[in-house]
Design a protein around this ligand. Structure first.
Ligand SMILES: *[C@@H]1O[C@H](CO)[C@@H](O)[C@H](O)[C@H]1NC(C)=O
Ligand SMILES: *[C@@H]1O[C@H](CO)[C@@H](O)[C@H](O)[C@H]1NC(C)=O
Ligand SMILES: *[C@@H]1O[C@H](CO)[C@@H](O)[C@H](O)[C@H]1NC(C)=O
Length: 275
């Protein structure tokens, strides 16, 4: 009976047509912002898929919200791009994830990056960025590893809701104790290889923290007792100025001496006994 075949064909058309339309949909303003970013990056060959003729949601490194066609994720990773962070990024107002790691981006981190209202993931590792961290950069998952950032952390970081903070291999200074706090949601904190200088004695270890890697700084005082009771995935306080007995717990002991070595006077297992 043709009367049954016909409606099922129509049904298929009705169901699939909007799927194709949404996959290809690309917000016009976002598209011109992306083309401006490509130009600011001197049209790298790896971005040859970024052309005005195609939907921006099909381009390399781009994810969109299928309903709105707004760009939600921008990844330009390891393309050796030498440029400042382009201002056109500020126009991508639905951006949730921005990854520009392992290029040769230079100049300061512009404050507008932290003002993108939906941004929860920022990765700028392995660039040549300089200057201080802007106060707007209170982003849930923040990674700025291996740049040339200097100066103290912005005071706004005290009230920020961070899950992961990774600031390794920069030239940051001063206090970072305000990143701690019992009721914070912090899971991972990496501060290695900076010049942070603060007293660790009275910090409250966040309940869910399981990575604390703060070696190669100028951190002083003693290791808080509650560290002994926690399940650590990574723990390293070596090359600081800490002193006093190492709190003894299953998860602190298993890391071995090199995660505690080269402090002022830490003692007890896995280091030498306290006098
Ligand atoms: C896409 O955008 C709409 C409208 O802003 C929003 O309701 C929806 O949750 C978004 N979808 C995803 C997967 O984020
Ligand atoms: C990266 O770019 C620099 C110039 O900015 C160039 O000297 C170098 O060869 C490039 N490296 C790679 C792996 O393309
Ligand atoms: C520490 O950072 C400096 C640059 O600030 C870098 O040259 C050095 O390789 C880093 N050291 C380690 C162990 O990562």
């Amino acid at each position: 009976m043709p009367s049954t075949k016909y409606p099922s064909f129509l049904f298929l058309l009705l169901v699939t047509a909007p799927l194709f339309a949404s996959a290809a949909r690309c917000d016009k303003a976002d598209k011109s912002a992306l083309l401006a970013i490509k130009a600011a990056f001197n049209n790298p060959p790896d971005l040859s898929s970024w052309t005005s003729k195609t939907s921006c949601c099909t381009w390399n490194g781009i994810d969109c919200n299928a309903t709105t066609g707004h760009v939600t994720s921008l990844t330009i990773f390891a393309l050796n791009i030498s440029a400042p962070i382009p201002s056109a990024i500020s126009k991508l107002t639905a951006l949730q994830s921005l990854n520009l790691a392992y290029n040769q981006l230079y100049g300061p981190i512009p404050p507008f990056v932290g003002r993108l209202p939906e941004l929860t993931f920022l990765r700028l590792d392995g660039n040549l960025l300089t200057g201080t961290i802007p106060s707007t950069l209170t982003i849930l998952d923040l990674s700025l590893v291996g740049n040339r950032l200097t100066g103290p952390l912005p005071p706004s970081f005290a009230k920020a809701n961070f899950a992961d903070v990774d600031l390794r291999d920069n030239q940051l200074t001063g206090d970072a104790s305000f990143l701690f706090g019992r009721d914070k949601n912090l899971n991972a904190l990496h501060l290695s290889n900076n010049s942070f200088k603060f007293d660790l004695t009275n910090v409250e270890i966040p309940k869910g923290l399981d990575i604390l890697v703060i070696d190669h700084n100028e951190i002083y005082g003693s290791i808080p007792a509650e560290v002994a009771a926690m399940k650590w995935l990574q723990f390293d306080v070596s090359y600081n100025r800490l002193c006093g007995p190492i709190p003894q717990g299953r998860y602190t002991r298993r890391f071995g001496a090199k995660h505690f070595d080269h402090n002022k006077c830490l003692c007890g297992p896995p280091l030498a006994p306290c006098k």
